[in-house]
Design a protein around this ligand. Structure first.
Ligand code: G6Q
Length: 552
C-alpha cells in the first residue's frame, strides 16, 4: 500500500486544505499556552516547536500516520538487530555501540556486545597511551599531531565532533582531517607536521575507497622518505576498518587495527572505532559521555510515547512540510561557532539516508522523500542567504540550534547571538504586513507617495516555520544526544516513506564510474565507450597535459 493511500495520509490531505492559509501569528494570538504546549525537554536538549504551521489536530493526524506505518514495530526491529537494511542484508545497530546497559544484542545468534566493549577498551588503552605520552614515535618522541585520513562517513562525524568539542581537547594535540583526494589538502597538512611526532589514522570501513587509500599512500611515502624503514610504520599508522585483509595488504599491522562491523553504517559510525580520533583528541571520559548522551536519546526514542517523543515529532513535522507543503529543502542553522560543521554532517546523514525513490517493496514512490538539507552558521547566514528565506517564494523549514550557556564566550557576545536567533525565529513566524510596513515608513517621516511605493518591498509574509533546538551547553553528552536525535528523526522519516535509509547505492555508483575514466586519463584506451561529451572531456584533459610528466 502506498503511503498516499493510507487513511491517515488522506485525513492529513483534507486537514491541510483547512490549515494551509492559517497564519501562525493568529494561532499564537488565540492560544497563550502554545509555546509551553509545543515544547519538550529531553536530557540536555530543549525543543520549542511552537513556530510550526500545526495545531493539535495536525499533530494527532501525523501521529496516526506514524501508527499506520507501524513505526513502533519498526523502531523495535532496528534496536533488536533485525536486518532492516534489506538491500545489503544487514542489521542497523549503531545503537549497540553506545548501549550502557548489560542485556545482550543478538545478531545471527551471537551477542555483539562483548566485541563492542573489547574494541572500545582497546581504543581507550591506545588513546590513553598516546595522550599521556606512553605511545612514542620511532625516535621515542611524544606524538603531537594526529591526522585522520578518511572520507564521507569516515570523516564528517569525527570532524564535526572534534570541532564542536574543541574546548575539551588535549592541549598538546593538533588534530587534522584529510578527506579530499586533491593533493593540496594533504600537502598543506604535511607541511605543518613532522614524521617523528605524527600519528596517521587511516579510517575506511571497506578499506577500498580510492580517495582515502591514495591519501594514505601519499602519507606513507612522505613518512618513509624520512624514516626509511618500513618497520617504523607500526608506530605511526593505525587503521579503522571492517576489512582486515585489506588493512594487512596495505601494510598496516593488524595489531594496530581497530575493528568495526558491517552493521555500522558509514554515516552512523562515529560511535565505533571510527571515533578513535575523537577519543584521542578529547579523552576516553569525554568519548564515554558522548556515548551516554546518545544512549539517553536512544532510550527516549524507544520508550517515550509519540506525543512526547522528540525525534518522532521532528520527523513528523518534516513529513508535514515535504509531503503537504511541497517544501523541497530544509535548513540547519546553528548559532554557535563550535557547531560550524554540524550542517555538513547532517547533510550527509539525512541526504544519503533518505535520498531514495524506491520503496522497500521495489516500487517507485509517488510522493516526495528526503528534502535537500543545507545550512551554515546562522548568524553569518543572516547577512547572506536569509534574504531568500524571509522574502523569497520557497517555503524552507529551519532548525535553529544554539546553546543556552554563555560560559566560555566573550562578555556580551552570547547575548547578541541568542538575541539574533530568537529574533529570526520570531520574524519568520510573524512577518510584517503591508499596513505595518507602510505605517513604519510614515512614522520615519517619509512622504505618503514614497511610503506607498516602498511598503510592498518591506512586506514579509511570515508564517515560515522553524524549530528552536537549545542545548543547555555544548558538552560531549549534549552533542551525543543531538546527533542521536537527528539519526532517529531520519529513521522515522525513512520508515514513513517506506524506503531503506541505510543503503547508499548512489555513492557506490560514483565509486565505480571513475575507475575506467582514470585508466583512460592516465594511459589510453577505455574499457567502455563513453558518450561523446565524456570522451571529449577526456581528450581535452589529455591534450592539455601532453608532455607533462606525472609522477603516478
Ligand atoms: C556512508 C557512506 C560513505 C562512506 C564513504 C567512505 O554512509 O557509505 O560516505 O562512509 O564512502 O567509505 P569507507 O569508510 O569504506 O572508506
Amino acid at each position: 500500500m502506498s503511503l498516499t493511500t493510507l487513511h491517515a495520509f488522506k485525513a492529513l490531505e483534507t486537514h491541510f486544505q483547512d490549515l494551509k492559509h492559517a497564519h501562525m501569528k493568529d494561532m499564537f494570538a488565540r492560544d497563550p499556552q502554545r509555546a509551553t504546549r509545543y515544547f519538550l525537554k529531553v536530557g540536555d536538549l530543549s525543543l520549542d516547536y511552537s513556530k510550526n504551521r500545526i495545531d493539535d489536530e495536525t499533530l494527532k493526524l501525523l501521529r496516526d500516520l506514524a501508527e499506520e506505518c507501524a513505526l513502533k514495530r519498526k523502531i523495535e526491529a532496528m534496536f533488536s538487530g533485525e536486518k532492516i537494511n534489506t538491500t545489503e542484508g544487514r542489521a542497523v545497530l549503531h545503537t549497540a555501540l553506545r548501549k550502557q546497559t548489560q542485556e545482550p544484542v543478538m545478531l545471527d545468534g551471537q551477542d555483539v556486545m562483548p566485541k563492542v566493549r573489547e574494541v572500545l577498551a582497546r581504543m581507550a588503552d591506545f588513546s590513553d597511551a598516546l595522550r599521556c605520552g606512553r605511545w612514542l614515535g620511532y625516535t621515542n618522541q611524544i606524538i603531537t599531531d594526529v591526522v585522520n585520513i578518511g572520507i564521507g562517513g569516515s570523516d564528517l562525524g569525527a570532524l564535526m565532533v572534534c570541532k564542536a568539542l574543541k574546548r575539551y581537547a588535549h592541549p598538546r594535540l593538533n588534530m587534522y582531517f584529510v578527506s579530499n583526494v586533491d593533493g593540496i589538502q594533504i600537502q598543506s597538512v604535511l607541511d605543518k607536521i613532522h614524521p617523528e611526532t605524527t600519528l596517521f589514522i587511516v579510517a575506511s570501513k571497506t578499506f577500498s575507497t580510492q580517495e582515502t587509500l591514495t591519501n594514505a599512500l601519499s602519507a606513507r611515502a612522505w613518512f618513509l622518505a624520512h624514516a626509511h624503514d618500513e618497520t617504523h610504520i607500526a608506530k605511526h599508522f593505525v587503521a579503522l576498518s571492517t576489512n582486515k585483509q585489506a588493512v594487512q595488504a596495505f601494510g598496516i599491522d593488524t595489531n594496530n587495527m581497530f575493528e568495526f562491523w558491517n552493521w555500522v553504517g558509514g554515516r552512523y559510525s562515529l560511535w565505533s572505532a571510527i571515533g578513535l580520533s575523537i577519543m584521542i583528541y578529547l579523552g576516553k571520559e569525554n568519548f564515554y559521555a558522548l556515548l551516554q548522551g546518545a544512549f539517553e536519546m536512544d532510550q527516549h526514542f524507544k520508550n517515550a510515547p509519540f506525543e512526547h517523543n522528540m525525534p518522532v515529532i521532528l520527523a513528523l513535522l518534516g513529513i508535514w512540510y515535504v509531503n503537504f507543503f511541497d517544501a523541497g529543502s530544509h535548513l540547519i542553522a546553528p548559532y554557535d561557532q563550535y557547531l560550524r560543521y554540524f550542517p555538513r554532517f547532517i547533510q550527509q546523514l539525512d541526504m544519503e539516508s533518505n535520498g531514495k525513490r524506491t520503496t522497500l517493496g521495489g516500487e517507485v514512490v509517488d510522493y516526495d522523500t528526503g528534502p535537500i538539507i543545507w545550512g551554515d552558521i546562522g548568524i553569518n547566514s543572516q547577512h547572506a542567504f536569509f534574504q531568500l528565506l524571509h522574502q523569497g517564494t520557497h517555503l524552507t523549514p529551519i532548525d535553529f540550534i544554539a546553546s543556552l550557556s554563555k560560559e566560555g564566550n566573550l562578555p556580551g557576545h552570547h547575548e547578541i547571538l541568542l538575541s539574533n536567533v530568537f529574533a529570526q525565529a520570531e520574524a519568520f513566524m510573524k512577518g510584517k504586513d503591508y499596513k505595518e510596513a507602510y505605517t513604519q515608513l510614515l512614522e520615519k517621516g517619509m512622504p505618503d507617495t514614497q511610503a506607498r511605493a516602498l511598503a510592498p518591498h518591506r512586506v514579509f509574509s511570515g508564517n515560515r516555520p522553524s524549530n528552536m533546538l537549545l542545548l543547555d551547553a555544548i558538552t560531549p553528552k549534549s552533542i551525543g544526544s543531538l546527533v542521536a536525535l537527528y539519526e532517529h528523526k531520519i529513521f522515522v522519516q525513512g520508515a514513513i516513506w517506506d524506503i531503506n535509509s541505510f543503503d547508499q547505492w548512489g555513492v557506490e555508483l560514483g565509486k565505480e564510474l571513475a575507475k575506467d575514466i582514470l585508466t583512460q586519463l592516465r594511459e589510453g584506451s577505455a574499457q567502455n565507450p563513453h558518450d561523446s561529451s565524456t570522451q571529449h572531456l577526456i581528450n581535452l584533459y589529455k591534450t592539455y597535459n601532453k608532455g607533462v610528466l606525472h609522477a603516478d
